[in-house]
Design a protein around this ligand. Structure first.
Ligand code: CP
Ligand code: NVA
Length: 310
């Protein structure tokens, strides 16, 4: 039965550890093809609203809805004008009259909050300045494929910018008991309140500027140095992050059976090089595939109890 019926998914912490387990089990089962004959979202529609570009998020939410029997409609921000053409709250009050859920990729986490406060239907975070929780579901599906379900104590090392991905990694450490290390240049550490909250909850979190923390990692993860919307800082950032690049030589220093993940897109020559994403330790394309399976599981658990209103 759907475990998150009608709820929002703005953060990984919108789920309990037990609910996450349920979603992951469904994701693995969907990947095995066990839901092929089931159309649990038959007659339901999901709006995909984008303030920023996307390949993976757009394709996987759309194809995922189709495979589950539902329908997706993609709305660019040129059409919607969230907060410019129209108040965010009015967009929410309109969409909920027609569709059964909204996935939004936005600049500000607060925009998602405002959508959620003004719509009864589930709102799904498809990336914000703060978090990228749907990505982390796929990432942990990939990590479970490597190491099994009990990930307590596994060393997840995130290297690079303390951005939305880094923050969501900290959240997953709280939920799964992984040992999360965030390695950044000085001044690019993850969100302080996300980190403090994690420590308060007893998470096994290390934040450091020391590159030697990469050694022995079970999972080495990186992301772009210049996130969407930060292009004006590109030069300063390229200088600040020098040395934090994931290369085959760095992959030699992680655990022998360790793996390399990257949410993609990659800015080759900056945070990594093609020889790393194509390395035998890389799982980045399995990880990209898992966006589809993990988000289908998420959508099923959020929307699977709804009946078409028409
Ligand atoms: N990883 C990810 O979210 O990719 P897109 O930006 O292409 O959606
Ligand atoms: N941190 C990146 C992730 C892209 C999927 C960004 O926000 O642009």
């Amino acid at each position: 039965a759907p475990a998150l019926a009608g709820r929002d998914f703005l953060s990984n912490l919108d789920m309990t550890a037990a609910e996450l387990r349920t979603v992951m089990d469904t994701a693995h089962s969907m990947k095995r093809g066990e839901w092929r004959a089931v159309k649990p979202l038959n007659g339901l529609s999901l709006a995909l609203v984008f303030e920023k570009a996307s390949l993976r998020t757009r394709t996987t939410f759309d194809v995922g809805m189709y495979q589950l029997g539902g329908h997706a409609i993609t709305l660019s921000n040129q059409e919607v004008g969230l907060g410019t053409r129209e108040r965010v709250s009015d967009v929410a009050r309109n969409l909920e009259r027609w569709v059964d859920g909204v996935m939004a990729r936005v600049y500000l986490q607060g925009t998602l909050q405002e959508l959620a406060e003004n719509a009864e239907i589930p709102i799904i975070n498809g990336l914000s300045d703060m978090l990228h929780p749907a990505q982390l579901l796929a990432d942990y599906q990939t990590i479970e494929e490597e190491y099994g379900q009990d990930l307590r104590g596994k060393r997840i090392v995130y290297i690079g910018d303390g951005n939305n991905l880094a923050n969501s990694h900290i959240h997953m450490g709280i939920l799964t008991g992984t040992d999360v290390t965030i390695v950044t240049p000085v001044g690019y550490e993850p969100n302080a309140s996300v980190a403090m909250d994690a420590v308060k909850r007893g998470a096994n979190l290390t934040i450091t500027n020391d590159l030697s923390a990469v050694e022995g990692a079970d999972v080495l993860y990186t992301d772009v140095w210049i996130s969407m919307g930060m292009e004006a800082e590109a030069d300063i950032r390229r200088r600040a992050f020098r040395g934090y690049q994931v290369t085959p030589r760095m992959l030699d220093t992680i655990a022998g059976d360790g793996v390399f993940l990257h949410c993609l897109p990659a800015h080759y020559g900056e945070e990594t090089v093609p020889e790393a994403t194509e390395h035998r330790k890389s799982r980045v394309f399995d990880q990209a595939e898992n966006r589809l399976h993990a988000q289908k599981a998420l959508m099923y658990h959020l929307m699977g109890a709804m009946t078409p209103r028409w």
